[in-house]
Design a protein around this ligand. Sequence first.
Ligand SMILES: C[S@@+](CC[C@H](N)C(=O)[O-])C[C@H]1O[C@@H](n2cnc3c(N)ncnc32)[C@H](O)[C@@H]1O
Length: 229
Amino acid sequence: MADDTTRSGTGGYSSLAIRDYIESLYSPPANDLTDAVGELERTDMPRIQISPTDGSILRLLLQMIRAKRVVEFGTLSGYSGLWMLRALGVDGHLWTCEYSSRHAEVARGVFERAGYGSQVTILEGDGRESLKKLEAHAPFDAVFIDADKSGYPLYARWAFDHLRPGGLIVADNTYLFGYLAGRAPDRNLDQRSIEAMQEFHVFLTSHCVAACLPTPDGLSVGIKPGNGF
Ligand SMILES: C[S@@+](CC[C@H](N)C(=O)[O-])C[C@H]1O[C@@H](n2cnc3c(N)ncnc32)[C@H](O)[C@@H]1O
C-alpha cells in the first residue's frame, strides 16, 4: 500500500544509512539539482519529484542508448529533466510538457541557471494537447512519463508510435502509490486511474521488451523492438 516511503524514495533500502551512502556515491549533491529541489520549497510547490536514485537510473538508461532527443510528460521544477540532460550531452534536446504555467516558469529558471536554456523546450498546457506539436520533432530516443496518471496509456501509445526502434518508454509511479492492484482509496485517486495504469502495463508488456524496476513506487521501462533491438 502507499505510504510516505513511496513518495520520499526511502522504500526499497534496508536502512536509511544505506540509502544515504548509496545516494552519496550514485547521486551526489550538485548545485543545479539542489536548486530544482530548493525551488519546490521556495515556491511552495509539491515535493513530488523523482528520487535521486530514480534520477541516476534515468541518466544511465538514456546514456546506454546514446539518447539525444527526449520527451518528458510532467516537468515540475525540472529535477528529472536535469538528470536526463546530463545524459544527452551538448547536442541533445529535451521537450518537456507541463500543465501548470507556474511550474513551467519555475522550471524555466532552473534550466536557465543550470546552463541548459537552449537545450530545453517547455510546452505548457495539457500534455495531450502538445502531442501534435511534438510530432514535428519525431522520432525520439526516449519518452519519460511522469504526469497525470490517467494519461499513461495514451502517452505510452503515442510514445511507441514516435520512438525510433531501440527507443525507450520510461514511466514513474507505475505501482500507482501502492494502489495498482487494489481498489481506489477515497482520495485524489479514482478507479479510472487504476484501470488506466493497468492498461499502461498491458500495453507496455505486449508491445515492448519491458521490465518494471522495483523502485519505491515502480519505474517501468520498455524498449521499442525493431532494427535488431
Ligand atoms: C510528479 S510531477 C513531475 C515530477 C518531475 N518529473 C520530476 O521528477 O522532477 C507531475 C507534474 O505533471 C504535471 N501535470 C499534471 N497533469 C498534467 C498534464 N495533463 N499534462 C502535463 N503535465 C501535467 C503537474 O503539474 C506536475 O508538475
